[in-house]
Design a protein around this ligand. Structure first.
Ligand code: ZN
Length: 195
């Protein structure tokens, strides 16, 4: 499936709840399979249904690519708190921010191709909803998986990371690699805001 890019109205709409009777239909099951395939092919760690043009409250997440995780240093993985997140489908998700703790990291979006910016997110969240079989989901997530969940749930309310980014830190992905990679967020903000 093609990933819808910023500017498409579907990304700015509040997505519709998935009615229980639609859950087991071939349409929804096929949509979930296609979203998962599209996320893996991108590659990305999360995708929301509006990003493939369907205004429905469905998200998929997965961050357990051994190659990608192995390419990252232990220190970097620890800094990002990049914990393994197995393939997860959540329909009609409800997210609750836990505790007051937040952290800042660069974030990107498959629908805002080629850019990254620093976004402040809650460190821990609780995510509830139902999975692809209609079974209840109740996850407590921390670190990178918590960030993924917040980013994907935002999509369902028509919000993109650019709405909550520190706009002074916006960079192309290429310039992030060239200038800012692996520097602590506080340093980067200082460097990008000072001039
Ligand atoms: Zn996104």
């Amino acid at each position: 499936m093609d990933i819808v890019q910023a500017g498409d109205p579907v990304l700015r709409r509040r997505a519709h709840e998935v009615p229980p009777e639609l859950l087991a239909t071939p349409f929804v099951q096929q949509l979930i399979a296609s979203m998962t395939h599209t996320m893996r092919a991108a590659p990305g760690v999360g995708l929301a249904a509006p990003q493939v043009g369907e205004s429905l409250r469905i998200i998929v997440m997965e961050d357990d690519d051994d190659k990608q995780l192995a390419a990252m240093s232990e220190a970097r993985r620890t800094e990002l708190d990049r914990r393994r997140l197995y393939h997860q489908v959540v329909m009609n998700p409800v997210i609750e921010l836990l505790g007051g703790e937040t952290e800042e990291f660069f974030e990107g979006c498959l629908s805002v191709d080629g850019y990254r910016a620093i976004v402040r997110r809650a460190t821990r969240v609780r995510l509830t909803g139902v999975d692809e079989r209609g079974e209840p989901v109740d996850l407590t997530l921390a670190g990178w998986p918590a960030r993924i969940a917040q980013h994907e749930c935002d999509h369902l309310d028509g919000t993109l990371y650019v709405d909550c980014m520190d706009s002074r830190t916006l960079t192309t992905a290429a310039n992030l690699d060239r200038w800012w990679k692996a520097r602590p967020a506080t340093d980067i903000r200082r460097a990008m805001e000072a001039e």
